[in-house]
Design a protein around this ligand. Structure first.
Ligand SMILES: *[C@@H]1O[C@H](CO)[C@@H](O)[C@H](O)[C@H]1NC(C)=O
Ligand SMILES: *[C@@H]1O[C@H](CO)[C@@H](O)[C@H](O)[C@H]1NC(C)=O
Length: 250
């Protein structure tokens, strides 16, 4: 293949990755873990806050909720205390919660009612990890659940397939934990949107890290780390059994 064709092939790949939304609408996929802050770009030329409206749909068929209307933040939305409008018309969301997943749209108007350019569509995907318990002792089993909350036109399953999204648990060295590793039971839900890690804690697990990663087209997009901590002072009668706390870090 000539160099020129490599360039046009790359161009096509780039273009197709932009055009993955419904009916060829340009969509940006953003992956983030709960607790983090995110900035969603309005992506257009008009840097005029007073012409900018952001709205949100959690599901395809749910009614759109206006978050920002012509530069002014609506006060009646669940997330309003965590939202702000950036000087470039981007939408900033602090301390992401798993309920923030969905589709965000930026629309700009000129002269009051004329739409300026195409809308910017952002699909926000949120990685969230929880555990069956926060305190545990050596010899007891623990289950960590890692779930991707995604805007889905169809099902979570179809989105994961069409966007080539995958969830993994990896160890401290970044090596993927698999079913064949006898220490761990790794289970994927039938729709592939939850991956669970079940293991029995050992005395030597203090400070051990397990990380859940979400990848799209084999690139890591976001991750959450669980660290096992010894819970400090132990009573004499507990000396045989180490007690642990599980800490989530982004
Ligand atoms: C972030 O939100 C969680 C609830 O989702 C809350 O418990 C926590 O205190 C918040 N953190 C900050 C820094 O506001
Ligand atoms: C985790 O694995 C242990 C040992 O196989 C099992 O007893 C326990 O029920 C499992 N826990 C969950 C929540 O699947």
């Amino acid at each position: 293949m000539s160099d020129e064709c490599h360039v046009c092939l790359l161009g096509l790949i780039f273009l197709s990755s932009l055009l993955t939304g419904i009916s060829g609408v340009k969509v940006t996929n953003v992956f983030i873990s709960s607790g983090e802050n995110v900035r969603l770009s309005c992506n257009n030329a008009l840097h005029d806050l007073k012409s900018t409206t952001w709205f949100y749909n959690r599901f395809r068929d749910s009614a759109a909720v206006e978050l920002i209307y012509l530069g002014i933040k609506k006060k009646d939305t669940e997330s309003h205390e965590r939202l702000s409008l950036g000087s470039d018309c981007s939408l900033n969301i602090r301390n992401i919660s798993k309920e923030d997943y969905g589709s965000y749209t930026c629309r700009q108007y000129v002269n009051g009612d004329q739409k300026q350019g195409p809308d910017a569509h952002v699909y926000l995907h949120i990685l969230h990890v929880s555990s069956s318990q926060t305190e545990i002792s050596a010899g007891r089993s623990v289950t960590l659940f890692c779930q991707l909350y995604s805007f889905a036109e169809v099902s979570c399953d179809d989105r994961i397939r069409s966007e080539r999204i995958e969830l993994f648990w990896v160890n401290q060295a970044g090596v993927k934990l698999t079913r064949s590793d006898s220490r761990y039971q790794i289970l994927s839900s039938s729709d592939h949107c939850i991956i669970t890690l079940n293991t029995t804690l050992l005395n030597e697990d203090h400070n051990r890290e397990w990380r859940c990663e979400v990848t799209q087209r084999d690139q890591v997009k976001s991750s959450v780390t669980y660290t096992v901590k010894s819970s400090g002072e132990k009573q004499a009668h507990q000396s045989v059994m180490e007690e642990f706390l599980l800490d989530v870090q982004l």
